[in-house]
Ligand binder design. Structure first.
Ligand code: NAD
Length: 278
């Protein structure tokens, strides 16, 4: 089977496989980089010597995070649902940052559990879009550019709920679709030097766990009981896996979804037998 000539060039130049994410001349764009897992990933990349582009609809928070990281971080306010805004953000990053070789898709809104009878189609679609459409739009813009240049790595944020769906009728399907999209793009871009992987976190201690529409303080005990490690994960723990997948150390990994879930998926089979051993 023959491959496009550009792909051949990318392979013969030796750039197709390994893709570093950190280094003085490389940048990673992080959608949803102003909070939680995205902000932890930005800190980790800058600490390793890389540059980051923080792309978030919450401009004030994005600027605050970038300011804390110094001159190797740039914030751009954009709604990743909107292709035009993402294209403009890309132009801004391209002038402000060195070579963009990485993309991490963290943007998305939480969903409070609802039955199908009480969950309006429009609300269902909004949550689906906020995870799936944002991932598609950002991959198309930044991944497309990396494929044209023949080098890059993408990490999409899935969730344990992609594999163990619960009562979040939009969030679970959105994350299952993110896993599927990750696999499709990994194969489409494999010969153009762009690796595409996903991370499936378990419950992680970020503002995402406490959606505004949830009234009162959330009782996190059931979540902690369902997690064999017996605690919430830290955003930094998810960031470590993301950075590994972006790095040259993961040069052979593409199309994978890596769980970083404190054992949630492995532990689910214990629930009918009295739960996870203490
Ligand atoms: N926290 C968890 O327990 C958990 C578990 C599994 C998966 N995840 C996934 O990890 C990712 C990051 O989650 P987090 O916990 O860091 O959440 P978070 O709420 O702390 O951060 C999400 C960020 O995305 C931004 N955002 C939302 N919609 C956007 C849009 N349309 N355009 C631009 N920015 C937008 C928000 O402003 C926010 O800064 C999400 O995709 C989430 O589904 C989180």
């Amino acid at each position: 089977m023959s491959h496009p000539s550009k792909a051949g060039r990318a392979r013969s130049s030796g750039r197709a496989g390994p893709t570093a994410c950190a280094g003085t001349d490389l940048s990673v764009v992080i959608s949803g980089g102003a909070s939680g897992i995205g902000a932890a990933t930005a800190r980790r990349i800058v600490a390793a010597g890389g540059h980051v582009g923080i792309l978030d609809v919450n401009g004030a928070l994005a600027r605050q995070v970038a300011k804390g990281l110094g001159e190797r971080a740039v914030a751009v306010t954009a709604d990743v649902l909107d292709e035009g805004q993402v294209r403009r953000a890309h132009r801004r990053f391209a002038t402000a940052l060195p070579d963009i070789r990485g993309l991490v898709n963290c943007a998305g809104m939480p969903q409070v559990p609802r039955t199908i009878e009480e969950y309006a189609v429009e609300d269902w679609s909004a949550v689906l879009d906020s995870h799936l459409r944002t991932t598609y739009v950002a991959c198309r813009e930044f991944g497309g550019a990396m494929a044209r240049r023949g080098a890059g790595a993408i990490v999409n944020l899935a969730s344990v709920l992609a594999f163990r769906p619960g009562p979040v009728l939009a969030y679970g399907p959105a994350k299952a679709a993110v896993v599927s999209l990750t696999e499709s793009l990994a194969v489409q871009w494999a010969h153009r030097g762009v690796r595409v992987n996903a991370v499936a976190p378990g419950w992680t201690d970020t503002p995402f766990l406490r959606p505004k529409e949830r009234k009162g303080e959330r009782d996190l005990t059931p979540i902690i009981r369902a997690t064999p490690l017996g605690r919430l994960l830290k955003p930094q723990e998810i960031a470590e896996v993301i950075v590994f997948l972006l790095s040259a150390a993961a040069s052979g990994v593409t199309g994978a979804t890596v769980a970083c879930d404190g054992g949630v998926m492995a532990g689910s089979g214990w629930m009918p037998y009295g739960g996870i051993p203490a």
